[in-house]
Design a protein around this ligand. Structure first.
Ligand SMILES: [Zn+2]
Length: 159
């Protein structure tokens, strides 16, 4: 079961909107009982890529994460493990849904159970493997549009 340990400051309609967007992005079937949807593992997550502690905290310190969802115990596929690392871990999903993470976020697996070396593993996931095209819309205004899904975000580089 997905347990939302924090949905930041969203209330009412905003909560529902983020919740729906999150479940749709993470790949929950539209006809499933979404309250009970659970990815079986990290490989169920769309466009999964290995990331790093530095990346995760870099984004976490500069952007709001909209949802943190505790998934529970999963088995990390062997090709993501270094020699001797524990394969069972606790999966926590983070939904950013902004900038290059529109429709996506991070997945963190904390491997502290069972035999082997403890580790924390970081991944990114996205509903769309965005291909952003840049366009200047003013002196310091930049617009990025995904050529695949149409997702769009703006950056003001004037600081
Ligand atoms: Zn896209």
């Amino acid at each position: 079961m997905l347990t939302y340990s924090s949905v930041m400051d969203a209330k009412g309609d905003l909560y529902e909107t983020w919740n729906d967007r999150f479940l749709s992005a993470v790949g929950a079937p539209a006809d499933a009982d979404q309250k009970w949807y659970q990815p079986r593992g990290i490989e169920d997550l769309p466009n999964l890529k290995q990331s790093s502690e530095r990346d995760f905290w870099g984004w976490r310190s500069s952007m709001r994460f909209k949802i943190e969802a505790w998934v529970g115990q999963i088995e990390v596929p062997p090709h993501f493990l270094l020699e001797g690392e524990r394969k069972w871990g606790t999966l926590i999903l983070y939904f950013l849904d902004s900038a290059q993470f529109i429709g996506g976020g991070f997945a963190v697996v904390v491997n502290t159970n069972g035999p082997g070396t403890e580790s924390v593993k970081y991944f990114t996931w996205r509903a769309c493997e965005h291909a952003f095209q840049h366009r200047s819309t003013g002196t310091c205004q930049h617009e990025y549009t995904c050529t695949k899904c149409g997702a769009k975000y703006d950056v003001d580089s004037s600081g």
